[in-house]
Design a protein. Sequence first.
Length: 134
Amino acid sequence: MNDPQPNAGPTPYELLGGEAAVRGLVDRFYDLMDLEPAYAGIRRLHPPALDGSRDKLFWFLSGWLGGPPVYAERIGHPMLRARHLPFSIGVDERDQWLRCMSQAMDEAGVDPVLQRRLAQAFFGTADWMRNRPG
Ligand code: HEM
């Protein structure tokens, strides 16, 4: 017999603490990108004001983490790879994005087991965004 609830159990969205926690994580991520010289390489790909980037990443992560699909409702299909094509993304940019997100998760006090699970998933998505060799 098939498992009737293959996805039973709390979603990462719930485990993180819901809407306010996901928004807090995104805000910390962009605060760090703005502040830390180590992320300057990806900061300069973004617009001078990060408000729109904050909203869009929050809406996207909400659905991606198993919460309400806000991005799909407001904007439509994410088509993330296509939307990143205007920006030159190689290994350095990918790794800066991932380190910035890991630091944000750390500072937000995300449980280490959940952090490892999310880091793996973020790696897959970020690596798929690479559009430049090296
Ligand atoms: C691999 C390194 C990455 C770089 C350098 C990068 C850079 C950028 C830049 C410059 C923008 C445009 C910002 C704006 O329009 O305000 C953007 C948009 C966005 N990024 Fe990334 N990104 C990366 C990885 C990721 C990953 C891993 C995710 C999701 C897990 C993600 C999700 C998004 C979303 C949802 C948007 C908004 C798309 C839109 O509606 O225009 N990005 N990214």
